[in-house]
Design a protein around this ligand. Structure first.
Ligand code: ZN
Length: 154
């Protein structure tokens, strides 16, 4: 496994729509392992492939309930609303309030290409929506309704 470099918001790849994953091979598994290692090293809650310079529809999240690998994820259903402070590993020192669905149902593929569905709530839903936005070239900054000064994010 290897730590990958996380690109920051100026990078064009973070503003591009990512391509679907078609090959569920060892190269993908290596990438997923690296993404998990990079996520934990950075102490983030989620990481999308474009954040490490890979234009593919892959994201990993861990909101304290174990690692979830999402390949070609699609949000099937959103409900409710939550508003809380959000940040991004690609936007260091920027924090702000974002409204997200409180619950969402996601369909994705696992590392073997098998489809699965999962229901996410609260922080899990926030995190999944944030990462799936990355796959469409969208940053949370566009959704912030109120920025928070660094150091006040807690
Ligand atoms: Zn992010």
């Amino acid at each position: 496994m290897a730590i990958r470099k996380i690109v920051t918001k100026e990078s064009p790849i973070l503003h591009a729509v990512c391509r679907p994953v078609e090959h569920f091979d060892e190269k993908l598994w290596q990438l997923l392992d690296d993404m998990a290692e990079t996520l934990y090293k950075a102490e983030g809650l989620g990481l999308a492939a474009p954040q490490i310079g890979i234009r593919r529809r892959i994201a990993v999240i861990d909101v304290g309930e174990g690692l979830i690998e999402m390949i070609n994820p699609v949000i099937l259903k959103k409900s409710g609303k939550q508003r809380d402070v959000e940040g991004c590993l690609s936007c260091p020192d920027q924090w702000g309030y974002v409204v997200r669905p409180n619950k969402c149902r996601v369909r994705a593929q696992n590392r073997n290409g098998e489809f699965y569905e999962m229901e996410l709530t609260e922080l899990g839903a926030r995190c999944a929506c944030h990462e799936i936005d990355h796959l469409d070239g969208k940053l949370f900054l566009e959704l912030v309704d109120e920025f928070v000064e660094p150091g006040e994010e807690a």
